[in-house]
Every structure is written in C-alpha cells, then in structure tokens.
Ligand binder design. Structure first.
Ligand code: ADP
Ligand code: MG
Length: 322
C-alpha cells in the first residue's frame, strides 16, 4: 500500500512557484515571505488529531486539548519560530458539555503558557477529529530547515526519548502493566498525553542549529527526513540515546527500541556545526535544559550507521503503511 509520504509526493507536491513561498511542502512548517521591510517570515503548520489514531479512545479531554496544540507548537519550535496565532477546526459527534469544558481548558492553559492566540476555526458534527493550524514568526532568513545539515555537524536531541511510546504500549497491552509500579505507569501515560513542546528553545535553535525537526514519528524515521533533505548520512552512538530513569527500569534492551522507533516524543532533533557546539551547550546549561549528543553527520548520502559502522534499519510510524 502507498505510504503517507508517497501520497504527499505523488498527489500534492506538484511544481509550484511563488516568490512568497521560501519553503513549502516537506518541512515541519512552511516559511512565507511577508513584505521585505517586515524583517520577519511567517511560519505556518497544520496537524490533525483523530480519536483512535493519534490518541487512544477514552483519552481525557483535557489531555486531548493540550496535545492538539502541543504537537503544532512543537513544529514551530523546530523551525526556530515564535508562536503567534492558531485556528481550530473541531469535529464532534455530539455536544458533550463536560468534554468541551475539559478540552477547552487543556487547550487554553497551553495557549496562555506560550502566548498563542486562538483567532478562528470551524465546528462541525462528525466523528471526533481536531485540526489546528499554527502561525508564528522567525526573523527573516533565520527559520531552521531540514535541508541544511552539513557533514561533520554533531547530532543532538533534547530531553529523553521513548517514554510516550512506552505509555502507548502499556495502553495497547503490548507491555505488561502489572510488572510496573503505579508511579511508572502514570509517568509513561503523562509522557503520552502531555507532550511538552520545546518553545523556549526557539531562539537557541535559530541561533545555533544547522538543521532541526521535531521527533513525532520516531528518532530514526525523523532523522531520515534530515538525511534525505540534506543529502547527508549519519553515524549514531546508540548507547548515547537519552532514556529517562523510568524507561531504564524496563531494562536498556527493552527501552531502546521505544526511543529509536516509537512516536510522540515531540523532542527536538538538531544538527550543529562543531564551531557553534560549545555555544549551544553553554546556553543550554544556563537554561537548565537537557540536550545530548547522539552522533555525527557525514557525507555518505542517506546512510545511517551505528558507532561501528553497521547499518541501522529505520522504522517509525507512517499512516497507510502495511
Ligand atoms: P510533521 O510530522 O512535521 O507534522 P508531516 O510528516 O505530517 O509533518 O508532513 C510532512 C510534510 O508534508 C509537511 O511539510 C506537510 O506540510 C506536508 N504535507 C502533509 N500532508 C500534505 C497534504 N495533504 N498536502 C500538502 N502537503 C502535505
Ligand atoms: Mg514536525
């Protein structure tokens, strides 16, 4: 069956030219030129969340509201953009007032945290689905793309990986809940339901990163997007992939695949030149944020190897893939 990215390429990525579109289809967000005096570019991204696909049926409405905005803010952060506005297209099977109250609270709390303003939308009666479009700004020419990683750049990730995917595996009973403490189950569930977009890092990203994206579909698959777009390869130190203390309670061997191929992390994956690397590390230290070097970019186009040079197979989440 045709996978998500083939569908986009085959049917929607037709040749278009516009002076005002600096980056169109293929990155975390589009980069659109305003008038030249503005000194800024408009950054736009849209994401849909569907019940049973992007969040399990029965997910708390407050968490759905949070996550719908978080995943979109994450795309802006990955571009090095600051949030400005969003629209909300909501399809609801019935007007459940308690659900709406909780959903709107989750959405509003995150919107207020990052100062993004809801400016419009659309409400329809249909199976539950939430589409948010976010708009933000980056200084002219400073948005960080996927296509600009260079050989010798270091590869970094923020935070820890795999916790949300473990949360999903617990819900789907692929992992046995009974072997874990209640505290551990709550931690993984929270990682799945309440991803934290890395908005506070947007200035650092645009100051230092040579390329960036947010990890939504698994580290390996998302890194591949940077490799394809930049025509480079990567060598990863798998033992440096950051796992949370809670994930490590499962054992390293069991936790690592979740970090490599599980989805829903919404951490940032970025590349940085060796010259700028110390500046980034200093700035991150001052902010108290966690960032880990997991490998290096090389010139061997679209190859992905481990520290010993052995190929790493890449699997992540793709819609329509069998
Ligand atoms: P992300 O995971 O960062 O949200 P996606 O993987 O969903 O991005 O999409 C990859 C790229 O393809 C993005 O630039 C997105 O805007 C574009 N895209 C996805 N679906 C469509 C579509 N139906 N029409 C045009 N562009 C699309
Ligand atoms: Mg993205």
């Amino acid at each position: 069956m045709t996978a998500e990215f083939d569908i986009i390429d085959d049917y929607f990525n037709w040749k278009q030219t516009s002076r005002r579109v600096r980056v169109g289809i293929g990155d975390d967000a589009a980069v659109l030129m305003l008038n030249h005096n503005a000194g800024q570019e408009l950054i736009v991204s849209v994401d849909t969340l569907v019940e049973g696909v992007h969040f399990p049926i029965g997910t708390d409405a407050h968490a759905i509201g949070h996550k719908a905005l978080a995943v979109n803010l994450s795309d802006l952060a990955a571009m090095g953009a600051d949030p400005a506005w969003f629209t909300l297209a909501l399809s609801l099977p019935e007007p459940d007032l308690d659900w709406l109250q909780q959903f709107s609270l989750g959405l509003r709390q995150l919107a207020e945290q990052y100062g993004i303003v809801l400016i419009g939308g659309d409400t329809t009666c249909a199976p539950l689905s939430i589409t948010l479009q976010v708009m933000g700004f980056a200084p002219l020419g400073k948005a960080v793309l996927r296509a600009t990683a260079k050989s010798q750049d270091k590869i970094y990730v923020t935070g820890t990986l795999g916790d949300a995917a473990i949360g999903l595996a617990l819900i789907q009973q692929q992992l046995d809940k009974t072997s874990l403490s209640t505290e551990a189950c709550d931690f993984f569930q929270k990682a799945l339901d309440y991803p934290q977009p890395q908005c506070t890092l947007s200035t650092l990203i645009r100051s230092y990163a040579s390329s960036c994206l947010d990890i939504s579909d698994g580290l390996l698959q998302d890194l591949t997007h940077i490799l394809n777009a930049s025509h480079v390869g990567a060598q990863l130190n798998l033992e440096h992939i950051p796992l949370s203390a809670m994930a490590l309670t499962l054992g390293y061997q069991q936790a690592l695949p979740f970090a490599l191929s599980g989805g829903d992390d919404y951490q940032l994956l970025l590349t940085i030149s060796p010259e700028k690397e110390p500046l980034l590390l200093k700035a991150m230290e001052a902010m108290g944020g966690k960032i880990t070097c997991i490998g290096q970019i090389n010139a061997q186009s679209n190859t992905l190897t481990d520290a010993l040079g052995h190929p790493i197979s890449r699997a992540g989440f793709q819609h329509f893939k069998t």
